[in-house]
Design a protein around this ligand. Sequence first.
Ligand code: FER
Length: 286
Amino acid sequence: MRAKFHQCDVKNRGKIKRVTYTVKNSKGEAVEKYANVYLPYGYDGVKKYNILYLMHGGGGNPDAWLDSCMLKNMLDHSFCDEGVEPCIVVMPTFYTDTGEAGFDPDGDGRRTMAFQTELKEVLIPAVEGKYCTYAETTDAAGQKASRMHRAFGGFSMGSVTTWNAFMENMDAIAYFLPLSGDCWAVEPLGGKSHPDETAEILHDKALASGYKPDEYFIYTMTGTKDIAFDQLLGQVMAMRKYPDTFIEAGGFAAGNFLWHFEEEFIHSYECVCQYVYWALPWLFKA
Ligand code: FER
């Protein structure tokens, strides 16, 4: 594993752009939303890039990753100074109605699931229709053909969103980074209250997807002082009972399931920024 990231000056900087798109709110009214898009240094609109979607935690918005930790500096440093293959990084939100933001477990559980439709039908087409990724087309067929070049990760409720993406959007995504949050397929915090049922659902979803274990990858992380630690620990231990779908072999070359629990790390963007730093070299490599 790479050493810890510390903020530092960088030679070259990527740019943050904003993509807007329209969705329906809960009343059926059209509302405009935005996502922040990090374009790596050297992006020229010709070369194709891998793409990582990163979701904020409960109560957050598309700016949360950028103003709560050194994510941009970390990306610039990784791509420009450390030779990690650059990718586009998209920071959207699962909130749609104004006034929704504010942590609300049951509501956010539903919103992170409803977001799965928005992701494939609206967000991916809006972002990848504009910026140069491996998607030749942004429809379902184009997303499927380019899924090995697409990752989804998130912090806390963004991690819940990521497990939902694993269950609902495997056809568009091959790499998953659920950070400091468990899968709520059974109920909120179900990784702790129902670890075996949660793992069984993920196992069944993986099998039902039709993809082989060398076609989907999970790297999940949290800290031993994180409020989500018990939930994720319970879930990961239960997932280990399914080595047919979740193969631990020390990396993505031979396996598809990596987890890391960092001593003393807490439930914060600074900690999950560190996890993204550790995950970047593993993405898009299989
Ligand atoms: C967890 C998963 C998600 C958890 C908390 C969350 C307490 C979300 C919290 C937030 O977004 O505020 O396992 O453990």
